[in-house]
Design a protein around this ligand. Structure first.
Ligand SMILES: C=C(OP(=O)(O)O)C(=O)O
Ligand SMILES: [Mg+2]
Length: 401
């Protein structure tokens, strides 16, 4: 146990060029941890509240820092996170901002680890962690809220399920990203990149499926292991009740049609993973789809569950989805994220640890994934703020952290 002696907060840049909160936690025995909050663009309605960075910092300095310094121990994550909740005093972290909370929570974990000398994933997960690695889901074509004038579906994700190691999986995803570029060039479809480093061409979803199929098959043949692909539909962003359902560029799909459409895509492309295929309020639609395809693919709730145990509990009761996306900033602390993971694991739901579209060099989620034996991590394929996490996974595998 190491007493917190100082908490420093500052504004730093995220990958979109927006200000975000960075926290330093210092402790007795020279402990030190630094972490920064990520930020979403296609945020779920039920997420904890992110305040403007300057406001979050001011509120946390006033209300949280006095409850932490000289009061809590960085090695005791639940004590730290309880103090953050008490300081905040709301249900959704709108008091001090989930961005201040998550930065402090993660920085405290790193400070606690630094005193013991254990790598963060062991500090969080125990000494027996570090033998299993998540399969990285690599965003290689993207649109939705992450890029203008691109696909309706937000993310097309390479899934190197047959990779013998996490580093080979990571390099395979980068190769798929490169192959997609080559195919786009052949098709005379110039493309910039979206917020997460995925290609964002002006093509329709149908063409993106063709390209993903070709790119993953080509790279799988080259590397000699199976590479499938999956989607983050981010359907809550498409759903418009007044329009009668899910608004695509070329048509509107009713809920029944959306379930059929996604089930057909799973069958046609043997999709490994489908995130947020339905609106964030539609547990029933999620349950219908899970009933249809849940034995073949991961149906994952992101905006549906927002890393929240109450919402996950409801999903478990209704059979909605069979996996949960874990984004610590959606719920505000590492303890809350762990609670969601534990509830998922107890109920045979998979968990997928995830970045946000706005990111920093912070690599905490790589450790969180290894610490909790996550079967998957979603953290992009290229771009510095994405490779920060991917390269950290390579280092963890190489015993170099
Ligand atoms: C990473 C995602 O995007 P954002 O951070 O914009 O919510 C997502 O929707 O899964
Ligand atoms: Mg999502």
């Amino acid at each position: 146990m190491t007493l917190v002696t100082d908490v420093r907060l500052r504004r730093v840049l995220d990958s979109r060029g927006n200000p975000t909160v960075e926290a330093d936690v210092l402790t007795e025995e020279g402990g030190f941890g630094r972490a920064a909050a990520p930020s979403g663009a296609s945020t779920g309605e039920y997420e904890a509240i992110e305040l403007p960075a300057a406001e979050a910092i001011a509120k946390a300095r006033e209300d949280a820092v006095p409850r932490l310094v000289g009061e809590v121990h960085a090695g005791n994550q639940r004590e730290v996170d309880r103090a953050l909740h008490v300081a905040d005093g709301t249900e959704d972290f709108s008091g001090i901002g989930a961005n201040s909370a998550v930065a402090i929570s993660m920085a405290a974990a790193k400070a606690g680890a630094s005193v013991t000398g254990a790598p963060l994933y062991q500090h969080l997960g125990g000494t027996f962690r570090g033998n299993n690695y998540p399969i990285p889901l690599g965003n290689v074509i993207g649109g939705g809220e992450h890029a203008a004038d691109a696909t309706d579906i937000q993310e097309f994700l390479a899934a190197p399920v047959g990779a013998p190691s996490v580093s080979e999986a990571i390099f395979a995803n980068a190769a798929v990203h490169g192959e997609v570029h080559d195919i786009l060039m052949e098709r005379d479809e110039p493309a910039g990149k979206g917020d997460e480093g995925a290609w964002a061409p002006s093509i329709d979803d149908e063409e993106a499926f063709e390209i993903m199929d070709e790119a993953t098959t080509t790279v799988a043949d080259e590397v000699g292991f199976e590479i499938r692909f999956g989607l983050d539909v981010a359907a809550a962003e498409m759903y418009d009740e007044a329009e009668g359902g899910y608004v695509y560029s070329d048509r509107v799909r009713s809920t029944e049609e959306q379930v059929e459409y996604i089930a057909d895509l799973v069958a046609e492309y043997d999709l490994k993973y489908v995130e947020d295929p339905l609106d964030e309020d539609d547990y029933e639609g999620f349950a219908d789809l899970t009933e249809k395809v849940g034995d073949r693919t991961l149906v994952c709730g992101d905006d549906l569950f927002v890393t929240n145990t109450d919402r996950l509990g409801e999903g478990i009761q209704q059979g909605a989805a069979n996996s949960i996306l874990i984004k610590p900033n959606q719920i505000g602390t590492l303890s809350d994220a762990f609670d969601a993971i534990e509830l998922a694991v107890e109920n045979a739901y998979g968990h997928v640890v995830s970045h946000r579209s706005g990111e920093t060099e912070d690599a905490t989620i790589a450790h969180l994934a290894v610490a909790t034996d996550a079967p998957f991590i979603k953290t992009g394929a290229v771009a510095g703020e994405r490779t920060a996490k991917l390269n950290e996974l390579i280092r963890i595998e190489d015993n170099a952290v």
